[in-house]
Write a protein that binds this ligand. Structure first.
Ligand code: PHB
Length: 386
């Protein structure tokens, strides 16, 4: 449907075509994130990053003003389908952005696929989202669980780790992370001698730490994030293990958590697609703007939220503000080089970032860049037919 806009210019009426989407209506973004529970800080950082990009673009993305409909998903997969259906059917959102927890994200991806709603995932690494469930309308601005895990496994093998113990919350993200680590460690000549886990979001680590002490591996690989990562790193040190058994993990173990972990995190080595001291002009500008706006230091989650907004803007611009033009929207993101604070990245055919994974080490309150662990790492996207 076309409207005609009449602009009075120097006494002349000029008619320019205007599509429905370019009217004054705001683009409704369904923001589904955890605002309570162990991942609450992650959800807030993602929203902050997303909003920062809008602010930088004068309050708009791709020419459209944005209206948020927010849902606290509580990182609870049992509520996820209802939550996402409400956003689509009751609130009529134009696009979904979420979430952190892999189990919730898989429910979102299923509904997005069934209804054809555009979905941008700003964290959750569930491999199925850009694997078996991949779809032209589903995008990710973050990572797959395999990516940092595999890079960390390669590094551990190079460091001579022969026997490792893994520990994680028992759900898709942890299971996939552990699997990626094992794959690379085994390739490099090491092995995982024990997999430990506890139900999400439990933090009763004591019995598991006792088991680690008794097993005496060369290293431990831990997948925890947010509040659970804070407690695990502190408990690991308190149990006296930090001195004797190196603790590795995907960078979630120490990202956005260092203020709370204090000296117990000092020296920890992790792998992730972001670090606090990249020192590029792009990242410096982002970090300065974020710190000024929120009086907080950004973390990987803030970057992923920021980049989700960048991807949405790229798609919208190509679709001239009309998000229902899926072909234009998708084609533009597929060929984009996204100018991320983490470093530029492109999307794979399955719509997951192809990106450098950095080795980082905790020094004081920073995850300091050490080296590029793996260059331009692409998830294998097992099961994606697109
Ligand atoms: C996930 O559930 O996929 C997940 C959650 C928190 C992280 C990373 C991955 O920091």
């Amino acid at each position: 449907m076309k409207f005609v806009r009449y602009t009075l210019l120097a006494g002349l009426a000029i008619a320019t075509p205007l599509t429905m989407a370019q009217t004054s209506t705001k683009l409704k973004v369904g923001l589904m994130l955890p605002y309570t529970g162990t991942y609450a800080a992650l959800g807030n950082a993602i929203e902050n990053g997303f909003r920062l990009r809008i602010e930088e673009q004068g309050g708009k993305l791709g020419g459209r003003e944005i209206e948020f409909i927010k849902v606290d998903d509580e990182s609870d997969p049992s509520k996820a389908t209802d939550n996402v259906n409400k956003l689509i059917k009751r609130d009529n959102v134009d696009v979904l952005v979420g979430t952190v927890h892999s189990g919730v994200a898989m429910a979102m991806a299923k509904v997005a696929k069934d209804t054809g709603t555009i979905l941008i995932v700003p964290n959750a690494g569930a491999e199925a989202v850009t694997g078996a469930m991949c779809a032209p309308n589903i995008f990710r601005s973050s990572f797959t669980n395999w990516q940092p895990a595999y890079a960390m496994g390669e590094v551990a093998a190079k460091k001579g780790v022969k026997k490792a113990v893994t520990i994680t919350h028992k759900y898709a993200a942890g299971d996939e992370s552990v699997k990626g680590f094992r794959e690379a460690l085994e390739k490099g000549g090491g092995q995982v001698v024990k997999d430990l886990s506890l139900p999400f979001p439990g933090v009763e680590f004591q019995a598991l730490l006792t088991e680690i002490a008794a097993t005496k591996p060369d290293a431990v690989y831990a997948f925890f994030a947010g509040g659970a990562a804070v407690k695990f790193v502190k408990d690991y040190a308190a149990a006296g293990l930090k001195k004797s058994i190196p603790l590795y993990g995907p960078g979630f173990l120490t990202d956005g958590t260092l203020d709370a972990q204090g000296a117990d995190a000092d020296g920890l080595i992790t792998a992730l697609h972001y670090a606090d001291s990249l020192g590029t002009a792009r990242d410096n500008a982002f970090r300065l703007a974020y710190a000024k706006t929120y009086k907080l230091q950004p973390d990987v989650y803030a970057v992923q939220g920021y980049d989700a907004a960048q991807m949405l803007a790229i798609g919208l611009t190509a679709a001239k503000g009309d998000i229902t033009k899926h072909a234009q929207f998708t084609a533009a993101i597929e060929k984009a080089r996204i100018d991320s604070p983490r470093g530029p990245f492109t999307l794979s055919k399955s719509h997951n970032p192809v990106q450098d994974i950095y080795l980082r080490q905790v020094v004081g309150k920073e995850n300091k860049f050490v080296s590029v662990a793996t260059k331009a790492l692409a998830d294998p996207a097992r099961g994606c037919r697109m």
